[in-house]
Design a protein around this ligand. Structure first.
Ligand code: S3P
Length: 210
């Protein structure tokens, strides 16, 4: 068990892994539109909780040796969704982590079910106007490389908002907060729900424990 590994690492003078902070030891999955902050919030949240961070798009890209955009354009959306479904199933079955999903992960019923059943799902919800402000110079999202990305974001938001809600256990209205504020909002929600132990989450301003 982890306590053994931790104390023997300490005895060996090796920096131990942080102790687990997820009370229920469930993966925390972030869902939401492109630009909602899933990857940035996920990376910081994982660090605060001392658990691994996984990003489904990054995993797909590592597997393919190709960017999502290039694969999407070359092989088509359905082929990308197949890979995405397989990757999410693997990540849901794996050890507890913080997981950032792709914005279209909720389109398939199988993914919605896998995420809802195997993870604590947090929907980072931002209005399409705000997403457009953040993504107006983006060149990496294949679905947004269109004449009117603002209208596209609005359309995607209206199609997907009910699906994100259906998949999620918690909805966080993001507005325009800073990244640390957003991470704090997610953590507070998880603490209130009894899913993480607040006494084990180090404050971002405290120096790391020796
Ligand atoms: C997609 C969002 C992307 C990526 C792919 C498809 C979508 O992820 O999975 O381009 O359908 O919204 P992000 O949400 O990280 O941009």
């Amino acid at each position: 068990p982890l306590t053994h590994a931790t104390s023997s690492a300490r005895a060996a003078g090796v920096a131990p892994f942080p102790e687990p902070t997820l009370a229920a030891l469930r993966t925390i999955a972030l869902v939401g539109m492109p630009g909602a902050g899933k990857s940035s919030v996920g990376r910081h949240l994982a660090r605060r909780l001392g658990v691994p961070f996984a990003d489904s798009d990054a995993r797909i890209e590592a597997r393919l040796g190709e960017t999502v955009r290039s694969f999407f354009e070359r092989a088509g959306e359905a082929a990308f969704r197949d890979l995405e479904q397989a990757t999410l199933a693997e990540l849901c079955a794996g050890p507890p982590a913080v997981l950032a999903t792709g914005g279209g992960a909720v389109l398939r019923e199988a993914n919605r079910r896998a995420l809802h059943e195997h993870a604590t799902v947090v929907y980072l919800r931002a209005p399409p106007e705000e997403l457009h402000r953040r993504l107006r110079h983006d060149t990496q999202r294949p679905l947004l490389q269109v004449g009117d990305p603002r209208a596209k974001l609005q359309q995607l938001f209206h199609e997907r908002d009910p699906l994100y809600r259906e998949t999620a256990h918690f909805v966080i209205e993001t507005g325009r907060p800073s990244l640390p504020t957003l991470v704090g909002m997610v953590l507070m929600q998880l603490e209130l729900a009894g899913l993480v132990d607040p006494s084990r989450v180090p404050s971002p301003v405290e120096p790391p424990r020796p």
